[in-house]
Each structure stands twice: as C-alpha cells, then as structure tokens.
Design a protein around this ligand. Structure first.
Ligand code: FAD
Ligand code: SF4
Length: 501
C-alpha cells in the first residue's frame, strides 16, 4: 500500500499528493512534539498548525480517505508506529521549501529499506516550481524584484492587456504611501471564533507549551479552507479598496488597517496564491477597487512572495549566517512583552504578543529599523521573527529579515538598507504624539533614539555603504554637516546604544 504524508504547512486539496490519491492509500499526518520545539513558537502559531491539521484530516476522511493521524513525541516515533501498522511499500510527500525540513526528510529517506519514496510538486502553494524559480533568478545575485515581478505579470497574464500593464504602468507604488488621518475608519477584519477542535488544541498548547511566548487568547485566525475563503471574500469586498493608498500607514491601536491578514492561511495551503491574485484582479475589472490597490496587492503576492522564496532556495544554507555589519547585540526583553517607552516599538510589538501579527510596514520600518540601527544580531532577530509570527516559515522569514529588513546579506535582494530616523515614523503614523521621546529632538535628553542612531549607523558603516549610489545624497549631507554637531550626534548615539540615554 502507499502512504501519503501530509505536513502542517501543506493543507491544500489541490496538491498533487491529494489529487492523485487512490482510495486504498493511507494519509499520514503527525503532530510531533519535537518539531514544535525546534524553536519556542508563539502559542497561537502552534494552535493554528495543529487545529488546521486536525480539520484537514477530518476533510480527507469526509472524502472517504483513510487518515492515520498521530500525536507523537517525534516524526521518527510516529513513522515507526505507522510502518508497524500499515507496512507501506511506497511513500509520497510534497517537496518542502524550508531547508531544515528538506534535510530531515533526506536523512529519513536514507534510513528506509524496501520503501520507494516519491517527492511531489508543491504547486499550487507557489506559482512556480522550485526549479522554475531557481532558473528565473539567474546567477548568484544580487537580484532585483521589479523585473522579476514584470516577468511574472506577463507569464501568468495578470493585469495585462496584449502584454502591456493595465492602467498604463507596471507599478502604482508611488500612490501607495499616504499616511492615515486619525478620524478615518477602516472596515474591521473578520475574525473566527474557535470551534471545539480549536478549543481542544488550545487546551493542549496551554498545558504542554505553557512557557512559550505570546498570548493564547483571543485566537482569531482561520483554521479551515472554508474560513479562509470567508476571510478572503470579506477582504476583497470591504477592505482591498483602501489597501493601496494606506499600505504604508500606521495608526495607534489599529493593528490591521487595510491589510488582508491572509498570509497565515496562504502559507499553510488553505488558500492558494493564484486564487487570491485572480480575486484581486476580478475586483479591479468589476470596478470595485482602484488599480493602485489591486496592483499593489498583486505585487506583494506574485512579486515579493515568490521572489523571497527564490532567494531562499538559491542561497541556503549559507544565507542563514549572513551578517555583513557584524552586528552582535542581544534582543532587549521588551521584544517579548512590548514594555518599552518607545511608543512605535510598543505599538509594533504589542500586536505580535497579542495575535502573532504585524502588517508589513511595522515589521520593516519599525522593528526592522530598530534592529538595524541598534545593531541587533541578525540571527537572533530572525529567530525572533520565526518564533513570534503566525505566518512565519523559514523560507519567508530569512530573506525578509536578513535581506530586506536588516541588509545583513550586503544587498543581495534590495539596493539599500531600509533605515529611517523618527521623522519617517512620525510622517507615516500618529505614534510620536503620545511617546515619551520627542521626535523633533536629536541630541537632547528626551530625543527620539532613532534620530541620533540613524546617523550613528551611517557613520559607523561608511566604509561599506559610502559608495552606495542610493545613499549618495544622505552621505553628502552628513559630510557637509557641522563637525561639532556631528560629534554631538555621534556621542548621543553612543549613549543610546549603551542604554544611558
Ligand atoms: P498584506 O499586506 O495584506 O499583503 C498581501 C500578501 O502578500 C501577504 O499575505 C503575503 O502573502 C504577501 N506578501 C507581502 N509582502 C511580502 C513579502 N515581503 N514576502 C513574502 N510575502 C509577502 N511574510 C510572511 O508570510 N511570513 C513572515 O514570517 C514574514 N516575516 C516578515 C518579516 C519582516 C522583517 C518583513 C519586512 C516582512 C515579513 N513578511 C512575512 C512579509 C509581509 O510583511 C507579510 O507577508 C505581511 O505583513 C502579512 O500580512 P498580510 O497577510 O496582512 O499582508
Ligand atoms: Fe518612535 Fe521616536 Fe516617534 Fe517615539 S518619538 S514613537 S521612539 S519614532
């Protein structure tokens, strides 16, 4: 008989492993304690994966399949028990993207005798196969996202007319940088009440993973395809319209703005990226949403998402150790409880503790900015992102954290570090007005820490970054500055780094 082994981030009925199954095949699903302890994951992340797996197993059974669902200490233990009971001569599984899992499967395969293994394609979890994406990104890098994104638009005929972009240009990013006024209201994102299965899983997590970070309740995430489709439809109807314009905006107390909250579902297979993209395209063609929203959203899905996966597949395993600036500082404890006087950091980390979620600009321009300017160790930072987010998977975390947010890879996927002083955060949010620090001060006692650290960072890394053409004007401004003032800024930066200011 054949075993079809389904993993917790491959819960998609459209995968070949399910579409090609015979009724005599047995599906194997394992909730492995040891895998859940690879890192100290946010409690809600564990609930999401276990609950979605249990629901998916029930759906397979409804289709008439036999499912061998096991709670075990490790994959190895469960596998041995499965072999004892079913004695398979053939195993199918879907190819993994995460490096550590790929290596673990290779090791497991070597340990088998008399059992054939076939590794199946992961589409439609991604638009391109692993081979296709690796050949799209030619050579050893650096690469650029924009040309890749245009090729994807043409290849899949998305928002194009005779090969040209609808609306006359490929990107409307310039229109998507508006800050939000406090009196603007955004349609509330739909949340999902835990059912009995989810409640059981929550009890298990509370009992067995009591010391893991993050709050367990309220748990709001879709755990089935049905729920994920409801979230998708509500986003398309009520929230995509304002996604574009306010894509980079932040407001105190508004944790979701117009962001889709779909990544946790897409990354485990409850939704496929292409169906999400086609829905956004339809919403534009039917006149429900403007082009800047549809295009902006689609760029994230077929551009950034696929691109990041490609970089990961091309560059692992050496990518995980990358540390261009040799940053070594430990993460401060407020990364786990959000207790800090920096209001922007508090407002960015609080939703992570509460929901395992941030929207992109908080991840990049608040937390990532902090990590870069304060010189936090990249691997500790990527571990934190891997552990704390509901949508975190190694393939998407490492390029986003080490590449995009920290520039720890020296510019493999972006042309300059995403860094900013408090001025940018003040422009894009209302955080500064209720902060203990003064965003307009640079060296005074109450000065916003980002203001001196921005220049401190540029100054201390001038050798590596001074010739970066995109930072030319900034370095010119710094070089022309009054020497006494510069000294004062650098001294303030030193004190901030030491925690004395
Ligand atoms: P929306 O803002 O509604 O965007 C729509 C979709 O586009 C997302 O659901 C996601 O599937 C995709 N997307 C957008 N940007 C990216 C990107 N840069 N890379 C990959 N996919 C993207 N995304 C994750 O899925 N998991 C992570 O662990 C993760 N960690 C990140 C860490 C950092 C430091 C940064 C800068 C970005 C990270 N991202 C990650 C990318 C992005 O921030 C999230 O995908 C997005 O915030 C998820 O929320 P949403 O579904 O509401 O997204
Ligand atoms: Fe953040 Fe500085 Fe604004 Fe405070 S003043 S919220 S620390 S940017």
């Amino acid at each position: 008989m054949a075993t079809r082994w389904i993993f917790g981030n491959q819960l998609c009925h459209e995968l070949p492993i399910i579409k090609e199954a015979d009724q005599e095949d047995v599906f194997l699903m394992i909730e492995a304690q040891s895998r859940s302890m690879w890192q100290s994951y946010h409690k809600q992340k564990l609930v999401l994966i276990f609950s979605a797996m249990r629901h998916f197993a029930a759906e397979l059974e409804d289709k008439g399949f036999h499912v061998d669902y096991r709670e075990a200490d490790s994959f190895e233990d469960a596998w041995k028990e499965h072999v004892k009971e079913f004695n398979p001569d053939q195993v199918y599984y879907t190819v993994h993207t995460d490096y550590r899992m790929t290596q673990a499967m290779k090791k497991w395969e070597k340990s088998l005798s008399g059992i054939d293994v076939e590794v199946l394609d992961a589409r439609p979890l991604f638009l391109l196969s692993a081979e296709e994406i690796k050949s799209e990104l030619k050579g050893d890098g650096p690469w650029k996202m924009d040309p890749f994104y245009r090729r994807m638009r043409k290849r899949f005929d998305i928002l194009t007319e005779d090969g040209d972009p609808v609306g006359g240009k490929w990107s409307f990013d310039q229109e998507n940088r508006k800050s939000a006024k406090e009196d603007i209201t955004f349609a509330k994102a739909r949340s999902f009440r835990p059912d009995d299965i989810t409640k059981q899983v929550m009890e298990k997590v509370e009992e067995q993973f009591a010391d893991n970070p993050g709050e367990l309740k309220p748990f709001r995430w879709p755990v089935t395809r049905k729920e994920a489709l409801q979230a998708l439809n509500q986003f398309m109807k009520e929230r995509l319209e304002t996604f574009g314009t306010y894509q980079d905006a932040m407001l105190e107390g508004n944790d979701f703005m117009s962001h889709s909250l779909l990544s946790s579902s897409i990354n485990i297979g409850l939704l496929t990226p292409m169906e999400v993209v086609r829905k956004a395209e339809e919403a534009y063609h039917s006149g429900e949403v403007p082009i800047n929203s549809a295009e902006g959203f689609i760029r994230q899905m077929i551009g950034w998402r696929e691109y990041m996966r490609g970089i990961y597949l091309k560059k692992m395993p050496e990518y995980r150790d990358t540390n261009t600036f040799d940053h070594q500082r430990d993460l401060p404890t407020f990364f786990w409880d959000a207790k800090t006087d920096m209001n922007c950091m508090h407002e960015a980390i609080r939703p992570v503790v509460e929901h395992g979620y941030n929207h992109h600009i908080q991840r990049l321009m608040v937390i990532g900015n902090y990590a870069t300017l304060f010189g936090l160790a990249p691997q500790q930072t990527s571990d934190w992102f891997n552990e704390m987010y509901i949508d975190a998977h190694d393939w998407v975390v490492l390029p986003n954290v080490l590449g995009m947010a920290l520039y720890a890879d020296g510019g493999l996927l972006s042309t300059k570090p995403y860094i900013a002083s408090g001025k940018y955060i003040n422009k894009m949010s209302n955080y500064c007005s209720s902060c203990k620090y003064n965003v307009n001060h640079q060296t005074e006692e109450d000065a916003c820490p980002f203001n001196s650290l921005y220049w401190h960072f540029l100054d201390r890394h001038a050798e590596q970054l001074g010739n970066n053409h995109r930072l030319g004007l900034v370095y010119k401004q710094w070089q022309k500055g009054d020497p006494d003032k510069k000294k004062e800024i650098l001294e303030k930066g030193e004190r901030v780094l030491k925690g004395d200011a």
